[in-house]
Design a protein around this ligand. Structure first.
Ligand SMILES: [Zn+2]
Length: 132
């Protein structure tokens, strides 16, 4: 009788994922003085060629991904390549709750009746009807 086949070799360890590139992609908002001819080309094609060695005024230097200025985040990894929570005002789960307005001390809260907001009764009573 033959010996049982050898058990399959354990799966080889997965190669580690390559480190994610979290570097910023720097772009410059620039202002370039052009001739009227170049201006018409730039207006039509939304691009144009500059003269060689032309000095360009840099209005703003920022990252194309996270839209943050160079001087603020040059030493940090790009937040847009990690996640985009900074673009929506941070983590939405930890955002502070909306504050309810505090009534003045002399106010007295009077509960109102129920309002039917659906169906024909709502239309007839003017809740869902456009103002005429
Ligand atoms: Zn960035």
């Amino acid at each position: 009788m033959k010996a049982a086949p050898a058990p399959p070799a354990p799966p080889a360890a997965k190669p580690r994922k390559k480190a994610k590139n979290v570097a910023h992609v720097w772009v410059v908002a620039a202002e370039i003085v052009v001739t009227p001819k170049v201006a018409s080309i730039a207006d039509f094609r939304e691009s144009f060629k500059t003269e060689a060695d032309q000095r360009v005024d840099a209005l703003d230097v920022y990252c194309r991904g996270c839209r943050r200025p160079y001087d603020e985040v040059k030493s940090d990894p790009c937040a847009a390549k990690i996640d985009n929570t900074h673009l929506i005002g941070g983590d939405q789960t930890t955002r502070a709750k909306r504050k309810a307005p505090v009534p003045p001390p002399s106010a007295r809260i009077v509960p109102g009746g129920t309002i039917n907001r659906q169906g024909l009764d709502a239309y007839v009573s003017g809740v869902s009807r456009p103002k005429s």
